[in-house]
Ligand binder design. Structure first.
Ligand code: NZQ
Ligand code: ZN
Length: 392
């Protein structure tokens, strides 16, 4: 077990109707003028936007709005947001939506606080010294961005998808009403469940430190998400299942399931970010498509860890050696992904890279990770290319 810092400053309001408290919460963090940031006009059609507007008005808080955030959020929208907030003297940022909206609002916050070109923070040129305060009304359980230190933005110029990770970007508050996620299409629900699982798997499958307590939390979180993903397949408005998955999403990426570890592996995430950067696929689906191939590629570096996952999470009976147990576990995980209609290969994802694209994917991933990726096994550019090719 390794030492760790656990920092989760986000105030969470969980349950039915909590979105009516957005104004009260924003006021408690000193908001005078708010940017309400959102994606499609869906949030207006469902009445959620009006509820949030009313709650701000009741607190005497002024607001401006900027919609149009798309999945795999774009840098151009971030620039637009920064300009609008400067013009309007906004002092608090409120995301109403999913990870894409939250990440976009965090990027706007970095730009406003630090000045200069905000892309510098995603391009390793500068480190932010702060971020304008952010609040969240979450509508999809997936990324955990509502409590995480991360913001992931795509620069349309080259399809470069990068993250900026600092504690300044952790939201001040997160409003989690599971009812708001009941309108999600099945595909997005399952992408979300996959992403939630992957945030814990990335931490669990590492080579640098374990803790019984953390392992137990991680394993139970994984089993819980699997159980409720299955329920949501046939009963998408099941409140209890929506709630279990939503809370798992926040806990899976706020650092809890990494306490005592070396911070995790994160190879699948980095490999996936290049896929969604180039092909604009959904993040969760991209993760499912790459995970099994990655797992088999690195397995020999730590078969015992994969075997533990197989037995404790996937219910595999221990075999004659760890590797055999682990391989059964990997196959069972892929089977699970397929059972919730997630892809377990690039072909199933609908992506068929050209020879040149395999090289581009690996090269961009290598650049983004200084050619030193992963914890279970260190991966370099040739490894990355081999994994992409084998994932077809
Ligand atoms: O535009 P709207 O209407 O909001 O539509 C969204 C979008 O089309 C829709 N949706 C959201 N809530 C809904 C809904 N549709 C019906 N009913 C609802 N209640 O779902 C679609 C996907 O939304 P998006 O925000 O893109 O999904 P997600 O939360 O999975 O975010 C994905 C982005 O976050 C990044 C991913 O790479 C990707 O760019 N990540 C961010 C992380 C972080 N900041 O900590 C960590 C993750 O590993 C991830 O990389
Ligand atoms: Zn993720």
């Amino acid at each position: 077990m390794l030492g760790f810092t656990y920092y989760t400053p986000t105030k969470v309001l969980f349950g039915k109707g909590t979105e009516t408290k957005a104004g009260e919460l924003a006021a408690s963090f000193g908001a005078k003028k708010v940017l309400i940031h959102y994606g499609s006009e869906r949030v207006r059609k469902t009445g959620l936007l009006q509820t949030v507007e009313k709650s701000l008005e009741e607190q005497g808080i002024a607001y401006v709005e900027l919609g149009g955030v798309v999945p795999n959020p774009r840098l151009s929208k971030v620039y637009e947001g920064i300009e609008l907030c400067r013009k309007e003297n906004v002092d608090f940022l409120l995301a109403v939506g999913g990870g894409s909206v939250i990440d976009s609002v965090k990027a706007i916050g970095y730009g406003l606080y630090n000045g200069g070109d905000v892309w510098d923070f995603y391009d390793f040129k500068r480190v932010p010294k702060g971020c304008m305060p952010v609040g969240v009304v979450l509508t999809i359980a997936a990324t955990g961005s509502e409590m995480s230190n991360s913001s992931v933005i795509t620069n349309e110029d080259g399809g470069i998808k990068r993250s900026c990770n600092t504690d300044f970007g952790r939201p001040r508050f997160a409003i989690l009403n599971p009812e708001l996620t009941a309108t999600l299409p099945e595909y997005q629900t399952m992408c979300g469940c996959t992403d939630i699982m992957m945030h814990t798997l990335e931490r669990y499958l590492n080579n640098g430190g374990y803790m019984d307590l953390t392992d137990g939390i991680a394993e139970h979180l994984l089993r819980t998400v699997m159980k409720h993903a299955r329920i949501l397949l046939s009963d998408p408005t099941n409140y209890e299942s929506r709630a279990e998955v939503m809370w798992a999403g926040s806990l899976s990426h706020n650092g809890l399931t990494g306490c005592g570890s070396d911070g995790g592996d994160w190879a699948c995430h980095r490999l996936e970010h290049e896929l969604s950067g180039l092909y604009d696929v959904a993040h969760g689906a991209g993760l499912a498509a790459i995970w099994g191939t990655w797992a088999r590629y690195v397995l020999d570096s730590n078969p015992a860890r994969f075997a533990k996952l197989a037995v404790n999470v996937l219910g595999i009976t221990p075999q004659e050696d760890d590797k055999s147990t682990a391989l059964e576990g990997i196959a069972a995980m892929e089977e699970f992904f397929r059972s919730i209609h997630m892809p377990a290969s690039l072909t199933e994802l609908g992506v068929n890279p050209t020879d040149e694209e395999y090289k581009i994917l690996a090269h961009k991933c290598s650049l983004a990770t200084h050619d030193n990726l992963g914890s279970v096994r260190k991966l370099h550019e040739d490894d990355m290319e081999a994994i992409y090719r084998a994932a077809l």
